[in-house]
Design a protein around this ligand. Structure first.
Ligand SMILES: Cc1ncc(C[n+]2csc(CCOP(=O)(O)OP(=O)(O)O)c2C)c(N)n1
Ligand code: SF4
Length: 276
């Protein structure tokens, strides 16, 4: 039995009302309900407001370079197959700077869960357009409107036949927590793209904007790739939530440990010292 309290309660540097709070709460709940203890969780994150999440959770963590959280998460899982490995970052970090790692992680299919706080903006650097910002979105850095088309991560993941692809909304925390649980239980690479209002810098995609659009599709069969492809394209007046696509696939290195031998801590010390 694991309680939510074991995951701690930390001060954050997030703005009051930020969608990140409900993602953190939903994740804590998902971990506790699954009975996973903090010592068994390892989170890799990049740079950005979303990437600070593991700072506010009692767990093992690695906070690395912008866009580079996924390769680290994959290495962590290969070295620690028994651990619950998550990668948590923003839409800019994951789909922009880390875009090719996102594609490679889908292809390789190592068993880990990627949670993307998708606020359709660069939050930490004060509101430039991100890969998921809509064409025409006016920001301080794009006063004439964003001139690029938006990247649709759910469509790309479904097109590449990623084994588990879901979308959730931080304004629906119970549903979000349930989807995180299902993603973590899935054996293979799982993506949860989470709509997360940035109350300070995205005045378009607000709680109200998302709330008016999100819906839970009835009778969608996530094993139907064609239907998932069609559903994944819907991102406008209506935005479907839930598991969009799900399939069983060969998992890279399932149950295998990267290194079996015991290591000598002194050797490790010497390697670390060689970098100072
Ligand atoms: C290689 C590199 N490029 C740019 C930056 C500057 N930078 C830091 S955070 C950030 C944007 C973060 O946006 P996002 O990933 O969407 O996360 P959010 O802050 O919105 O949660 C940028 C561009 C950096 N740290 N490293
Ligand atoms: S800038 Fe936006 S994403 Fe960052 S903490 Fe504030 S509301 Fe959240």
């Amino acid at each position: 039995m694991v309680s939510i309290e074991e995951y701690g309660d930390f001060d954050t540097s997030w703005c009051p009302g930020c969608g990140n709070f409900l993602i953190l709460k939903s994740l804590k709940q998902a971990l506790a309900v699954q009975g996973i203890a903090p010592r068994d969780v390892i989170i890799s994150s990049g740079i950005g407001q979303a990437a600070k999440l593991p700072h506010y959770l009692r767990c093992n963590m690695f906070n690395g370079l912008h866009g580079r959280a996924l390769p680290v998460a994959q290495g962590i899982k290969m070295a620690n197959p028994e651990a619950a490995v998550l990668c948590v970052s923003g839409d800019g970090c994951t789909y922009g700077e880390g875009g090719n790692h996102f594609l490679a992680a889908i292809r390789r299919n190592i068993d880990l869960t990627l949670l993307v706080h998708d606020n359709q903006i660069y939050g930490l650097t004060k509101g430039q357009a991100s890969p998921t910002s809509a064409r025409g979105h006016v920001t301080k850095a794009q006063p004439e409107g964003n001139r690029s088309d938006a990247f649709n991560p759910v469509s790309v993941a479904v097109a590449m036949k990623a084994g588990f692809v879901a979308r959730a909304f931080s304004g629906e925390p119970e549903h979000l927590s349930e989807v995180i649980r299902e993603a973590m239980a899935y054996k293979g690479f799982s993506l949860v793209d989470i709509l997360q209002p940035c109350v300070s810098f995205n005045k378009v995609n607000t709680y109200g904007w998302y709330s008016q659009r999100v819906y839970f599709p009835q009778n969608h069969d996530p094993s139907d790739w064609g239907a998932a492809m069609v559903l994944s394209e819907e991102f406008g007046d209506r935005i479907p939530l839930g598991i969009i696509y799900r399939a069983e696939k060969p998992v890279f290195g399932l149950g295998a440990r990267l290194a079996e031998h015991e290591y000598d801590k002194n050797d490790l010390k010497a390697v670390l010292q060689s970098y100072t």
